[in-house]
Design a protein around this ligand. Structure first.
Ligand code: RP5
Length: 162
């Protein structure tokens, strides 16, 4: 199975990224985690993107906050799908990173999830890999069914209580 590459701009992004890691683990999807910054280590970040396909990755997740150029700059170096996670920082509630990540000019797409949306980034990457991995598709359907069952259980509990 192809790997998911997770890159974060700083170790301060790890509390957000950890949720993506946990989700990938739950699906048994192989992954690698790196800290590369579009601003502080641009050469390493570009090399990772350039070599990602030949290094066995099928999809990349890039998480960064503030003036978040990581996902866009990684997407510029690869034709693999890139999912951007805008991370919330202390000043602008993550709107800065959201706009920096989502507003890509035509030609270089970044599939941007919600601010701190690490779980969805992981799920989307599993969905992409599931296109060629039938057992992942099955696990995704099972998870959807389990999530729905849990909501329905809460519905009957609240109906009985109120
Ligand atoms: C971004 O700047 C990182 O992705 C992080 O979200 C933010 C702050 O980085 P640190 O100053 O905490 O290293 O590049």
């Amino acid at each position: 199975m192809k790997k998911v590459g997770i890159v974060m701009g700083s170790d301060s992004d790890l509390p957000v990224v950890q949720k993506a890691i946990d989700t990938l683990k739950a699906f048994g999807v192989p992954y690698e985690v790196h800290i590369f910054s579009a601003h502080r280590t641009p050469e390493q970040s570009a090399k990772f993107a350039r070599e990602a396909k030949e290094n066995g990755f099928g999809v990349l997740i890039a998480a960064a906050g503030m003036a978040a150029h990581l996902a866009g700059s990684i997407a510029a170096g690869t034709i693999l799908p890139v999912i951007g996670i805008p991370c919330k920082s202390n000043t602008l509630d993550g709107i800065d990173a959201l706009l920096s990540t989502v507003q890509m000019p035509s030609g270089i797409p970044v599939a941007t999830v919600a601010i701190n949306g690490a779980v969805n980034a992981a799920l989307l990457s599993v969905q992409i890999l599931a296109l060629s991995e039938p057992e992942l598709a099955e696990k995704l359907t099972e998870k959807r069914n389990a999530d729905a069952a849990s909501v329905l259980k809460k519905d009957s509990e609240i109906a009985a209580k109120l």
